[in-house]
Design a protein around this ligand. Structure first.
Ligand SMILES: C[S@@+](CC[C@H](N)C(=O)[O-])C[C@H]1O[C@@H](n2cnc3c(N)ncnc32)[C@H](O)[C@@H]1O
Length: 204
């Protein structure tokens, strides 16, 4: 891994996504989430402090050691226990049927083998469990989608493997989830990264 990917990128992501403007989106995406939660792509812990009170424990999966260490203070201050349990969402060291819910924010764009990660989510979720998601992906606007497809390779190189053009809702339904309250909206910023998807993907 390059110095840029290892040291700079996690800090840049923290500045871009960990800021106050994103907090209402994060809070809304977690509405109704409860119990033991596996957070996929925990990053620098931008969701810590925002989890609903009904969450009893967070089991975090995150490969970046720099991002993990950036989360140290917020984990220590969190009223809800947070445990770093794994490095890769494609192979999660948790038992089958072991968590109530999963949380993913701005992460499904980046995981290389999304099928493998979603299969892990299905495996570790207890019956009736769901994945709460807040993600960017492919735009419905054909002009923007064309740009997203065109710049996807560049984006992957400069943003740690982030894809601009994943159609999150159909990826989730194809993976066997039923989407509750699926929402599509735009956020401020470059149009290629502003098409958002959020909702609750429940085991069908
Ligand atoms: C854009 S960041 C988002 C971080 C955080 N979820 C947030 O909302 O700020 C994407 C995160 O996915 C993580 N990631 C990349 N590959 C992963 C994998 N295979 N399994 C789990 N997380 C991964 C990255 O290290 C990074 O922290």
């Amino acid at each position: 891994m390059s110095f840029y990917e290892d040291q700079i990128l996690p800090r840049a992501i923290h500045l871009l996504l960990g800021n106050a403007a994103m907090r209402p989106l994060r809070t809304r995406a977690m509405d109704g989430m409860s119990g033991e939660v596996m957070e996929l792509g925990f990053g620098s812990g931008a969701n810590v402090g925002l989890y609903p009170e009904a969450v009893t424990k967070v089991l975090a999966v995150e490969p970046s050691m720099v991002a993990r260490s950036m989360a140290t203070d917020s984990i220590a201050a969190s009223p809800i226990p947070v445990e770093l349990v794994g490095l890769d969402g494609q192979s999660v060291p948790l038992e089958d049927n072991s968590v109530d819910n999963v949380l993913t924010t701005w992460t499904l764009c980046t995981i290389p083998n999304l099928d493998a990660a979603l299969s892990e989510v299905r495996r570790i979720l207890r019956p009736g469990g769901a994945m709460y998601y807040l993600e960017h992906g492919l735009s419905d606007d054909p002009r923007i989608a064309k740009r997203q497809n065109r710049f996807n390779g560049l984006q992957k190189r400069v943003a740690g493997g982030c894809h601009l053009n994943r159609r999150i809702d159909s990826i989730l339904t194809d993976a066997g989830f039923h989407l509750e309250h699926p929402a599509r909206f735009q956020i401020a910023g470059p149009k290629t990264m502003s098409a958002m998807y959020s909702g609750v993907a429940r085991l069908a």
